[in-house]
Design a protein. Structure first.
Length: 251
């Protein structure tokens, strides 16, 4: 399980480095990608997160590359092992239980925090520029365009359900696409369902970087918006749980 922990930390850190990095490139002042051409910036961000998933899955292959507590919860609810193992590589199966789930959750949170800090370090001089505090927070965490906690929660549940349900389907369907399929799925969810809330679809992806935003010395950063922080945690966990249960019936 120590190897699983390290694998999830590294994979989730890779995901967040790419993800927070592409948002920083698109919205922080004086970057090469600043502005990104209106709607083109949103597609750039979608593809950046998708490629972050693609890279993170390869990095975290020794743990099954969950990178997301909602995926861990979905597999648990589905009755699957957290990782089926790979005898050819000497990797044992990881059964789904409370202790192992806590190890995955802790690793994902730590990795998300580390990835966000690395993205901040890469763009440190741009964070030092004058900008709206909401822009600086937006590099780290999600926020709704129209705030209504109930409907924001519904959006996150639906988006995460789509992610976890299809990921479980990938595991039951012959395919040579591997991590690329999950990366394209994330791009598709962002393009289709990401508009209302910024599609956290991952509690660690939002909470780890939000903590980083709170503790990092960023000039003029403003609030970390803790009033909203529960939505991108609870919504994805509910979506993952429902997807795991639904997959038992339909996949």
């Amino acid at each position: 399980m120590g190897e699983v922990f390290v694998s999830e930390v590294l994979g989730t850190a890779t995901l967040l480095l790419f993800g927070c990095g592409v948002v920083a490139n698109a919205i922080l002042p004086k970057t090469k990608g600043f502005g990104g051409g209106g709607g083109g910036a949103w597609l750039l961000i979608n593809f950046g997160w998708g490629l972050g998933v693609f890279a993170g899955v390869f990095v975290a292959f020794k743990s099954g590359a969950h990178l997301n507590p909602a995926v861990t919860v979905g597999l648990w609810a589905n009755g699957a092992d957290f990782f089926p193992g790979n005898p050819d590589m000497g990797l044992a199966a990881v059964p789904a239980n409370v202790g192992n789930a806590m190890i995955y959750f802790a690793a994902q949170m730590l990795g998300a925090f580390i990835g966000a800090v690395l993205a901040w370090a890469a763009y440190k001089m741009h964070f030092d520029q004058e900008a709206d505090p909401g822009v600086k927070l937006g590099v780290f965490s999600t926020g709704p365009e129209l705030r209504g906690y109930g409907w924001n929660l519904v959006t996150e549940v639906i988006g995460t359900f789509a992610l976890v349900f299809v990921v479980i389907a990938f595991g039951s369907t012959p395919s040579g696409l591997g991590p690329l399929a999950v990366a394209l799925l994330v791009v598709g969810i962002g393009a289709s369902l990401g508009g209302p809330t910024g599609y956290a679809i991952n509690p660690a992806r939002d909470l780890g970087p939000r903590i980083a935003h709170a503790v990092l010395p960023i000039p003029g950063k403003g609030s970390s918006d803790w009033a909203y922080a529960w939505v991108p945690v609870v919504g994805p966990l509910l979506g993952g749980l429902l997807a795991g249960l639904a997959a038992i019936l339909f996949i």
